[in-house]
Structure formats: structure tokens, C-alpha cells
Ligand binder design. Structure first.
Ligand SMILES: Nc1ncnc2c1ncn2[C@@H]1O[C@H](COP(=O)(O)OP(=O)(O)OP(=O)(O)O)[C@@H](O)[C@H]1O
Ligand SMILES: [Mg+2]
Length: 496
């Protein structure tokens, strides 16, 4: 925030008096309500400037990014939220509004467009807010922070104008009031968001992240898995959410890592949605191959808000993160004494001269998870998903980084019963016994079970869906037994 002022002058006072006299004469002669309204609105837009001639005013500028391009300023976001309400209250005063979807699907949240000005009254004083933006500076992408979309975007500001005589009121009471109210508006309007670091049409840009409204319907109630395991995960999440004091007491950053591993279609991505819905958190989905450097990755992390889940899907496919660190460490042991223990602040440049495309390295990802920067903000869950846990570098998934390892496995009978209830609304059926026996031997992912339980035509009912499932399970089992027999024959041949 910055403050400046102008002093009044006698000649300005005389000029204002003249303007007032001319204005009164003109006003009395104006014909027609419409013209009067037009002039009135025009005048109100300049009232602040006129007032300043006789009484100096101060300004406070609030930039969207203070202290560089690291993180959106909380004050800016709070003022933005506060002004959404003030803008609505201002009625016709603001002519160019920006609209965003609100929590209530039919409603819109309105905020001031660029170069719009809105007046606000507080305890008898009047203040004015102006929204404006400036083009990015040429030198606005310091190489240390890696530049990025935020650095290339317009720089946005709010400027508050108020009279000098209201200085104490504004600084001591009005601004804290604005921030408090702004936070309340943010909570009220909060829609959960799904963020991505990929830019594109259909996303709303928000610094380095783009987002859409997060509307995944999956909850733990409809997630099929072993009930005891499910309860354990839900308890773990609850303990995390309520664990602020615990984390502070033991001196740990308030974050928790979950590794979800298992074959395709066992519900890893679905589990992330259920977790987000359970905790009421936002989701940040990082496409690692689109992150150019380790510093960009760190910037993405810093720009996440608390109460969020940060997901990297298919971590084994995302990058060459499987064992590379070991080779690197062997090669550069003296220069870089164990990259995973480095805490981000002084990242070695050689890490970023890695492979083409994305230059994110294992060391960068390790720092991102539990380097010094990872403690910024708190209350974040980091989730990795993979089909091949055995391929991952042990450093990446050790406890402390990925605190909880959750195996998402093939469908068990308990999981099947839940799917049958969800998809067919049946809790018991004469075919359940056959399904139970088959599921003990045949490996079928919940995604495939769910697909078999989905009616395909109006004539499909529970009986036909369950029969279809039994047939499919028998096929899977026959295939498995066939493979087992082939393998046994091969072993016999080898022995001979
Ligand atoms: N445990 C489950 N409970 C309910 N539905 C499930 C479950 N597992 C999978 N499904 C259904 O199957 C579909 C695929 O699941 P999902 O994408 O979560 O699998 P995945 O484990 O992430 O697979 P991949 O390894 O290929 O990414 C989803 O639409 C989901 O509804
Ligand atoms: Mg998945």
C-alpha cells in the first residue's frame, strides 16, 4: 500500500465557487428528467475530484501482487470481495461490471470492471474505490521466479481515495472493516474450485492457475471399497482437518501426503473427488509435464490456497522420477549432498538442465512436497496416484512425504454390495452368493463391476445386470486359470 496527498489552494477554491454558480444556473434550466439523471451520474463520477480541490485527499493503492509476483495479496482479494457487495449496493453508479458465477447456480457475483469507481459510505465519511490495471512491465518476469502467466498478465490494482480529515477513521476502522467484511463475503460466495496449471478456453485464469467450478458428485458414501479401510481414511482426513494445534505443537507443517496406488479403474481419481467433497477443499490438479522448471513448480505451490488438495495423477508417467535422484546423487555427491534434503531456497541450477520439455526433476518434486516452501499457508493435502508404485523412487514416497499409502484394489464383495445398492438399488439377491465366490478368485476393478451393473436398456433389471456380471466374472476367472495353466506347463517344460 502507498499513500500520497495534495494540498489545497485558494485559487482552486475560487474556481470551485465559479463552477458551482455556473452549475446551479445550468441545472435549473435543464429540461427533462433523463438529462438530469445523465448529468447527475456524470457529476457523481467526478464528485471525488471536485471535492479534492477544496479538501486534499489521500490515496492508498492495493496491488494484486505485492512483493513481486509470488502470491496474490490477501488484502487485494478481500477488497475485491468487499467491493462486490459495495458494487451491488451502488446500483447504477458503476456501469461496467464483471460477472462470475456464484454458489447459487442461478446467481451472479458482480464486481467492478476496470477504470470503474465506486463510492462507499462509512460512519459519516465517504471514500471512493477505483479499479484499474496496467500492462505488464517488460522486466516483470524475474528469472528467479521463472516468469509465467502471472508475470505476463496485466497488473491489477484497487486505489482508495479518502479525505485527509478521515485519515484516522479510514486507517484504524474502515480498512479493517473492509478486510473483515471481504473475508465474510469470500466465505459466503465460496464455490469449490478445480484448478489446473494448463491454460485454455473455458477456464477462468487466477494467477498461474486456471479453474472451473468443482462439481464432482462422488462421495465416500458411493465409493466402493472395504468399509473398514474407508472408515480409516475418513478418520485420518478428519484428524488432519482438526489437527491445526497438533501440527503446531509437534512442529510439523500442516500438510499430509497420500499415495493412492493400484490397477486402473480401482477408484484412485474417484477417491480424490470423495476426499475433496468430504473435507470441502479445493482441488489443484498439477499436470507435471507442463511445468517447465522446478522454480515454476514451486511457484504453483505457493499460489495454492489452504484447505486444498494438490494432486499429481499418474506420477510414474509424469516425468522421469524413478530412481534418477540416485544416479544424480552418485554423480554429483560432493556438489549436491543429497538433493532431497535440500529445502528449495537455494536450488542448484544443474537440476534444471535436465531433459527437454519439462525440466522438473525429482529433487524439485521432493522440495515441493516437503521443502521449506511447502510449509507456506498450511492445511494442504498432497495426493499422488500411480498404477506402478514399485517404479517410484523410495525417497518420493517415504513416510513424511507420502504419509499414508492407500492401496486401491480389485473389487471385494463388500465393495460390490455397495455398488449393487448404488446402481441397482438391491441389497440382497439370489445371485449375490455366486458373485461373492467369483470375486474371491477373479480380479475385477470396481470400474468394470460398476459398468456391468449399469442397465443398458429399459428392459435391463437387477436380474439381467447381475447375470451379466456373473458371466463376465467367469470369463475373467477362466482367463486367469488358463494363464496359470500355461505358466505351469511352461515351468514343467523348462524343468524337462
Ligand atoms: N471404488 C469405486 N467405487 C465406485 N466407483 C468406482 C470405484 N472405482 C472406480 N469407479 C468408477 O470407475 C470409473 C473409473 O474410476 P477412476 O478413474 O477413479 O479409476 P482410477 O483408479 O483413477 O483409474 P486409472 O488408474 O486408470 O487412473 C469412475 O467413473 C468411477 O465412477
Ligand atoms: Mg485415475
Amino acid at each position: 500500500m502507498e499513500a500520497s496527498g495534495w494540498s489545497s489552494s485558494l485559487s482552486s477554491g475560487i474556481l470551485l465557487s465559479l463552477v458551482a454558480v455556473v452549475w446551479t444556473v445550468l441545472w435549473n434550466n435543464l429540461q427533462g428528467l433523463q438529462l438530469q439523471q445523465f448529468v447527475s451520474r456524470h457529476l457523481s463520477r467526478h464528485a471525488r475530484r471536485l471535492a479534492a480541490i477544496v479538501d486534499p485527499y489521500l490515496t492508498i493503492t492495493i496491488a494484486e501482487y505485492d512483493g513481486g509476483r509470488m502470491k496474490r495479496s490477501d488484502a487485494y482479494k478481500e477488497v475485491q470481495a468487499y467491493l462486490q457487495r459495495a458494487t451491488c449496493a451502488a446500483g447504477g453508479g458503476v456501469r461496467h461490471l464483471k460477472a462470475e458465477t456464484a454458489k447459487d447456480v442461478d446467481a451472479l457475483v458482480l464486481s467492478m470492471g476496470d477504470n470503474e469507481e465506486v463510492a462507499d459510505a462509512f460512519q459519516g465519511a465517504t471514500v471512493w474505490w477505483l479499479a484499474y490495471s496496467t500492462p505488464p512491465r517488460e522486466d516483470n518476469a524475474p528469472s528467479y521466479w521463472g516468469g509465467g502467466r502471472a508475470a505476463r498478465a496485466d497488473r491489477r490494482f484497487y486505489r482508495l481515495f479518502f479525505l485527509d480529515r478521515d485519515r484516522d477513521l479510514v486507517l484504524r476502522e474502515y480498512l479493517p472493516h473492509v478486510r473483515r467484511e471481504g473475508r465474510a463475503v469470500m466465505v459466503k460466495n465460496r464455490q469449490r474450485k478445480l484448478f489446473t496449471n494448463l491454460s485454455g478456453d473455458g477456464y477462468d485464469a487466477d494467477g498461474v492457475w486456471s479453474h472451473v467450478v468443482f462439481e464432482h458428485p462422488k462421495t465416500f458414501a458411493t465409493l466402493a471399497m472395504d468399509p473398514a479401510k474407508k472408515k480409516e481414511i475418513m478418520d485420518d482426513l478428519d484428524a488432519f482437518r482438526n489437527g491445526k494445534d497438533y501440527y503446531a505443537r509437534v512442529g510439523k507443517a500442516w500438510k499430509r501426503g497420500y499415495l493412492l496406488y493400484g490397477p486402473p479403474g480401482t477408484g484412485k481419481s474417484t477417491m480424490v473427488a470423495a476426499m475433496a467433497n468430504h473435507l470441502d477443499y479445493d482441488v489443484y490438479d498439477i499436470e507435471l509435464t507442463s511445468v517447465r522448471t522446478n522454480t515454476d513448480l514451486r511457484k504453483l505451490f505457493i499460489e495454492t490456497t489452504s484447505k486444498s488438495i494438490i494432486v499429481i495423477e499418474d506420477i510414474d508417467c509424469s516425468l522421469e522420477l524413478t530412481g534418477k535422484r540416485k544416479n544424480k546423487n552418485n554423480n554429483k555427491k560432493k556438489a549436491n549432498d543429497d538433493g532431497d534434503k535440500k529445502d528449495g531456497a537455494a536450488e542448484p541450477p544443474p537440476d534444471e538442465t535436465d531433459t527437454g520439455g519439462s525440466k522438473v526433476t525429482l529433487s524439485g518434486v521432493l522440495n515441493f512436497i516437503d521443502g521449506l516452501w511447502s510449509a507456506c499457508g498450511g492445511e494442504r493435502i498432497i495426493v499422488f496416484t500411480t498404477n506402478h508404485v514399485e517404479k517410484l523412487d523410495p525417497a518420493l514416497i517415504r513416510r513424511g512425504r507420502m504419509d499414508k499409502h492407500i492401496e486401491m484394489s480389485y473389487c471385494c464383495f463388500e465393495a460390490f454390495k455397495l455398488l449393487a445398492k448404488v446402481y441397482l438399488d438391491v441389497e440382497s439377491h439370489h445371485l449375490f452368493d455366486a458373485v461373492e465366490t467369483l470375486l474371491r478368485e477373479a480380479n475385477m476393478a470396481p470400474a468394470d463391476v460398476a459398468e456391468n451393473l449399469t442397465p443398458k436398456s429399459a428392459s435391463d433389471d437387477a436380474e439381467s445386470c447381475l447375470s451379466g456380471l456373473v458371466v463376465e466374472l467367469e470369463k475373467v476367472l477362466a482367463k486367469k486359470e488358463g494363464k496359470g495353466k500355461d505358466a505351469a506347463d511352461q515351468a514343467d517344460d523348462d524343468e524337462e
